[in-house]
Design a protein around this ligand. Structure first.
Ligand SMILES: Cc1ncc(COP(=O)(O)O)c(C=O)c1O
Length: 370
C-alpha cells in the first residue's frame, strides 16, 4: 500500500482521524459490485449486493481477528450501540450503572444516557490519563454494570490499554463495550483475544471506507441473551419465511440488522478494509509511528499526547499555547490540512503521508513556538 494508491489533494492531508482518503481503485470496484448488477442484470441485483455486504463482514473479520458472523452492519456507532443496549433484558428491569470517560465521543454519552430506561452514568474526569491502566483500576468497581472504553480518545491522542481493562472489568462482573472508531485501520486489534461483550466502529476514518459503513460486533457466547427491539425481516433467521405471526431472531449478530438494508456504503468500505487487512495493520502502524517520532522529536515541549507507542494513538496533539489560532492559520496558508480541538492541533500521519510532509508541518509550527 502506497501514497499513489489513494486520491490525495494538493494539500498535505493529515486529517485521517476525521476522514480517510479514498483508494483510487474504489470507484471501479463500486461500479462492478454495486452499479453493474443493477444496470446489467435481467433480474433484481440483491444476490450480488448481499455478496458485497458479506465481503465487508469478511474483511472486518480478517482485519480484526474474528469471524464474519459476529459482525452486523450498522449506519454508525450510535445506532449500533443503541441497538445493543436496547437488546439487554437486564438493562430495562433496573437502574443500570455505567462507567465512561469525559473524553469519550459525545455521541456515545448521549446514547448511554438515552437507550436504557434508568441509568446512572459515572464519568472518569477529563484530568485523568486514560492510557494508564492504574486510572482504570481506580475507577472500575463491581458496582458498575457496564464499562465503556474508547480504544482511542480523539482529542487527547491517548490509547486505552483495552485488554487489561477488559480482563479487570470482567473479573468484577461488569460488561464491557469498546469504541474502535479511531483505532480501526491504525492500531492492531484482536477481537477474539479481547473478549469484550460488544464493539462498535466505523469505516470513515483510518479505514478510508467512507461514511455510513459502521458495524456492531457482538460476543457470540452471549448471542441468545440479546433480544433486539429494533428489528426487521433481515434480523430474522429466515428472512424469506414471510409469516407475520412468527419472528425468530437470526442466530448470529445479524439479529441486530433490521429492515431492507442499505448496501452501497458497505460495498464501498469492503474494498478498502480488504486492502488494509491484506497489507496488515502492523505495517501501517509502523509507518505511522515512524512519522509520529519525527513530530515528537521536532516539537517535544508542545506535544501534549503520549509519546510511547503503547500509549499513543495514530494522532499527535500539538499545543503551541496562545499562538494556536495564528499557527492554525499559518498551517492553512502553507497548504497543510489539520484541525484543532480542546487540547490542540490534531495531526494524523497515515500510510499515504511521508516524512517531507511531516517536516513541513514541524517547520511551520516551530515558527510559532521558538
Ligand atoms: C471515538 C469516536 N467514537 C464515535 C465517533 C462517531 O460516532 P457516530 O458514528 O455515532 O457518529 C467518533 C467520530 O469522530 C469518534 O471519534
Amino acid at each position: 500500500m502506497k501514497a499513489s494508491d489513494f486520491h490525495l489533494p494538493t494539500q498535505d492531508y493529515l486529517l485521517s482521524h476525521s476522514v480517510g482518503r479514498m483508494m483510487k481503485t474504489a470507484q471501479r470496484d463500486f461500479d462492478n459490485q454495486f452499479m453493474a448488477p443493477w444496470q446489467q442484470l435481467n433480474q433484481e441485483p440483491w444476490a450480488q449486493w448481499l455478496e458485497g455486504v458479506e465481503r465487508f463482514r469478511t474483511a472486518l473479520a480478517n482485519l480484526l481477528g474474528s469471524q464474519a458472523s459476529h459482525f452486523c452492519p450498522q449506519t454508525n456507532l450510535s445506532s449500533g450501540l443503541t441497538k445493543w443496549l436496547m437488546s439487554l433484558p437486564q438493562c430495562h428491569q433496573r437502574r443500570v450503572k455505567v462507567l465512561l470517560s469525559e473524553h469519550d465521543f459525545p455521541s456515545m454519552g448521549f446514547v448511554l444516557q438515552r437507550a436504557m430506561s434508568e441509568v446512572e452514568l459515572t464519568f472518569i474526569p477529563d484530568t485523568e490519563d486514560m492510557s494508564c491502566f492504574d486510572t482504570w483500576q481506580r475507577y472500575v468497581t463491581a458496582e458498575h454494570d457496564l464499562v465503556f472504553i474508547s480504544h482511542v480518545y480523539s482529542n487527547t491522542g491517548q490509547q486505552a490499554p483495552v485488554q487489561p481493562i477488559i480482563e479487570h472489568a470482567k473479573r468484577l462482573g461488569c460488561r464491557v463495550v469498546v469504541d474502535i472508531a479511531q483505532a480501526a485501520g491504525i492500531l492492531p486489534i484482536d477481537l477474539h483475544q479481547w473478549q469484550a461483550d460488544c464493539v462498535v466502529g466505523s469505516s470513515v476514518k483510518w479505514l478510508c471506507g467512507g461514511p455510513g459503513a459502521g458495524f456492531l460486533w457482538v460476543n457470540p457466547e452471549h448471542i441468545t441473551q440479546y433480544q433486539p427491539k429494533d428489528v426487521g425481516w433481515f434480523s430474522h433467521q429466515d428472512p424469506f419465511e414471510f409469516d407475520i405471526h412468527h419472528f425468530a431472531p437470526h442466530d448470529s449478530a445479524l439479529r441486530f440488522w433490521g429492515g431492507t438494508p442499505s448496501v452501497a456504503p458497505y460495498i464501498l468500505a469492503g474494498h478498502s478494509i480488504g486492502a488494509f487487512a491484506q497489507v496488515g495493520i502492523e505495517e501501517v502502524r509502523a509507518h505511522n509511528i515512524k512519522l509520529l517520532e519525527e513530530i515528537w522529536q521536532g516539537l517535544t515541549p508542545w506535544c501534549v499526547s503520549p509519546r510511547k507507542p503503547e500509549h499513543c494513538s495514530g494522532t499527535a496533539i500539538i499545543n503551541p499555547g496562545e499562538q494556536l489560532p495564528a499557527c492554525i492559520q499559518a498551517l492553512q496558508n502553507a497548504g497543510i490540512a489539520v484541525d484543532a480541538r480542546k487540547y490542540g492541533i490534531r495531526v494524523s500521519p497515515h500510510i499515504y503521508n511521508d516524512r517531507a510532509q511531516i517536516l513541513r508541518f514541524i517547520d511551520v509550527v516551530q515558527r510559532f513556538v521558538d
